[in-house]
Ligand binder design. Structure first.
Ligand SMILES: [Zn+2]
Length: 467
């Protein structure tokens, strides 16, 4: 017999019934292993979406009689039945059997929501319902709890046909939901974040009352009476822009509102100007004149326009971008306790010729005196410049910068983050300077504004001038 070819051997195997039986058993076994492992895997690690969409999975069966509930915050709460307690840690997306003791505010260490923040929003969250519509049926309400004017829960009676007796709303009770879907969960988390943002903003005002006044108004001017050389902080409750002295200022989001600084240039005419639904009053202000004598060598410095222009490019670039939030929380401090030799706004004559308006303060101090950062910020520029010598620009966010000039030494570099009071350099007399002093000013949207407004305060705490 000639040996069978490989092909012949394989064909004979294919016709064997034993082969087919074994193959079938093997396939069935393999399939059940796959199904078993798959189920294990998905049960152990459900995705967030699955959890959010299947709240009823672990919800107590509805034949249990729900007595009451309490949400401690946007995440944690409990639901008590006659025969036990369920608790949630994700706003009701998932409920699990709890220990005998109920979780409480004391246990989690905080209140459901901060009453002060709700007060600032003018929120009334005491609405208690006696009945509500869900689906096409009206249910009697056993208990209601709102955390904000949008987010609330209601425990309903006659819930036999419902997956859960605890319904949730994200629109102040206009519509109710029988499960915490991923969309509902997102709305709850967005509301939680809104309160966090509001709280952050509110903390910057002088008092709870002034925070409340600003947060509940359409437009707020801090302050509404001003003068040339000043700066005003504008808050609006919606996005938008402000047109001011021929320029457009975009309102930038921060906290619960939208903000911009409005610099009042030295050329601004006294009068009353509408800003949104408010009126900005600009009062007349008189500035003194100063006569300065310098050496012929110093006087000629200002003629090197090439170097001056090259420096100006660096400065413009540094001030062209600013962090999109207020970087400070506490008050601004004076960078040094020097002797004020030139106040802000002096019209300056150098060697008998008109030079410029001095839109900064000069504080004389001993060479080497440490200079503090006026407030928290980012070093936008720390460089040796021609006219202003060793110079620093600090970005305080939202278009506000502080400037320090004529330093003997720089102690920071561009890009550094600094805290209020950090030593950023030393007093010197570098650049166009007649002796050791600090030339200091603020820039709001590239306009030099009066430092006197900032000492021991912040724009959020600015009040109307006393006349
Ligand atoms: Zn100066």
């Amino acid at each position: 017999m000639k040996p069978r070819t490989r092909h012949e051997r394989r064909s004979s195997l294919l016709y064997s019934p034993k082969y087919w039986l074994l193959l079938t058993i093997f396939c069935l076994l393999a399939a059940s292993i796959v199904v078993f492992l798959g189920r294990q895997y998905f049960t152990l690690t459900p995705t967030v979406e699955q959890r959010a969409e299947q709240p009823a999975q672990t919800m107590a069966p509805v034949h249990r009689d729900a007595l009451d509930f309490h949400m401690i915050d946007f995440e944690q709460g409990w639901l008590r039945y006659s025969d036990g307690v369920m608790k949630t840690e994700d706003g009701g997306a998932q409920w699990l059997e709890a220990e005998a003791s109920l979780p409480s505010e004391a246990a989690v260490g905080h209140e459901a929501v901060d009453e002060t923040t709700l007060g600032m929003l003018g929120m009334s969250i005491n609405q208690q319902l006696t009945s509500l519509m869900f689906g096409s049926k009206t249910y009697p309400v056993k208990q209601t709890q709102f955390l904000t004017d949008r987010i609330g829960w209601a425990l309903v009676g006659e819930a036999g046909a419902l997956q859960t007796p605890l319904l949730v709303t994200t629109d102040g009770g206009q519509t109710w939901n029988g499960e915490v879907t991923s969309a509902i969960r997102a709305a709850i988390l967005a509301e939680k974040e809104r309160l966090v943002q509001l709280k952050k903003e509110a903390a910057l005002y002088a008092s709870t009352d002034s925070a409340k006044a600003a947060i509940q108004s359409e437009w707020t001017l801090l302050p509404s009476t001003s003068a040339p050389g000043d700066v005003v902080l504008v808050r609006h409750n919606k996005p938008g822009k402000v047109e001011w002295l021929g320029k457009v200022y975009n309102l930038q989001p921060f906290g619960g509102g939208y903000f911009t600084y409005l610099p009042i240039t030295m050329q601004a005419k006294p009068g009353k100007y509408p800003i949104g639904d408010q009126t900005l009053t600009i009062q007349a202000k008189k500035f003194e004149t100063q006569y300065l004598k310098v050496t012929a060598e110093m006087e000629s410095m200002k003629q090197d326009t090439a170097r001056i222009n090259a420096d100006q490019k660096k400065i413009d670039l540094a001030r062209s971008k600013s962090e999109p939030e207020f970087l400070f929380s506490g008050p601004f401090v004076k960078p040094i306790e020097g002797i004020l030799t030139t106040p802000y706004g002096y019209t300056r004559y150098v060697n008998g010729k008109y030079d410029s308006a001095h839109l900064a303060v000069d504080l004389a101090a001993k060479e080497g005196t440490p200079i503090k950062a006026a407030n928290d910020g980012v070093v936008a520029l720390a460089d040796s410049l021609y006219l202003t010598g060793n110079s620093i620009y600090l970005d305080h966010g939202m278009g506000l910068f502080s400037q320090y000039a004529h330093l003997s030494e720089l102690r920071v570099k561009t890009g550094d983050r600094v805290k209020q009071g950090d030593i950023i350099g030393l007093v010197g007399t570098t650049g166009f300077s007649t002796g050791p002093h600090l030339h200091f000013t603020f820039w709001a949207h590239n306009v030099q504004v009066n430092p006197d407004l900032f000492w021991a305060t912040t724009p959020f705490r600015w009040v109307e001038p006393k006349n």
